[in-house]
Write a protein that binds this ligand. Structure first.
Ligand code: TYD
Length: 211
């Protein structure tokens, strides 16, 4: 796969990833790039069907089943959407990808990172993003956003314990520290426009601009 660029957004719940992914996609389009804006779990018909299974609180998937379902959803997404878009030279902007499985299923649930990466090799040719924006915000901002978005009914994974989400957050930070070439940490506090400006600045070298 060559030609296009693959950009992912990662972070915990309620840090504003979806808004920022959309704003970046719009900015790239305005600058003449052909863009696929997509999300995980989901992005294709099959993967959206798996998403519904994963997030529905009526199911009690254990950590292994959960990791397999995320990997299956991702495989369909890479095969039918992300891969073809990159092959066609598009810029793919994806709201969550493999690092979410590494942080949630490995970091939160104690599966090994190697196991998650093996599933990724089997399902998705071990495809990695060119750049990953890791958004972080303080607990109060996040709680407000989640309240506005989910009310009292978080999905099956959003509703896991505070301890689980703390482990997820720590694993995201560890992954970023291990791969500083790919990860860009973005302070997600402030208005959506302010956060977008931080991302635009970080994108400047990739866009062939000085900043
Ligand atoms: P979503 O509504 O997209 O969450 P958010 O808006 O916070 O990004 O739901 C996706 C949920 O699935 C979220 O709790 C993170 C979780 N998830 C994993 O546990 N592993 C994964 O590989 C992915 C892609 C998501």
């Amino acid at each position: 796969m060559s030609g296009g660029r693959f950009i992912t957004f990662e972070g915990g719940e309620g840090v504003g990833k979806s808004t920022q992914a959309r704003m970046l996609a719009e900015m790239l389009q305005a600058r003449g790039r052909s863009v696929l804006l997509t999300r995980e779990p989901g992005g294709t018909k099959g993967a959206e069907a798996i998403r519904a299974l994963l997030l529905d609180t009526q199911y009690d998937w254990d950590a292994n089943a959960e990791a397999l379902l995320f990997a299956a959803a991702r495989s369909d997404h890479v095969t039918h959407a992300i891969g073809p878009a990159l092959d066609a030279g598009k810029w793919v902007v994806c709201d969550r990808f493999i690092d979410s499985s590494r942080a949630y299923q490995a970091g939160g649930d104690d599966l090994s990172d190697d196991a998650i990466l093996s599933l990724h090799t089997i399902g998705s040719y071990a495809l990695m993003p060119d750049v990953t924006f890791l958004l972080y915000a303080n607990g109060e901002d996040v709680a407000q956003r989640l309240e506005a978005r989910d009310g009292d009914t978080p999905d099956r994974i959003g509703g896991k314990s505070a301890e689980y989400h703390a482990k997820v957050g720590q694993r995201f930070r560890d992954l970023a520290a291990m791969d500083p070439e790919r990860f860009v940490l973005i302070d997600a506090s402030g208005s959506p426009d302010a956060v977008h400006q931080r991302i635009v600045q970080a994108m400047a070298p990739m866009l062939g601009e000085s900043g």
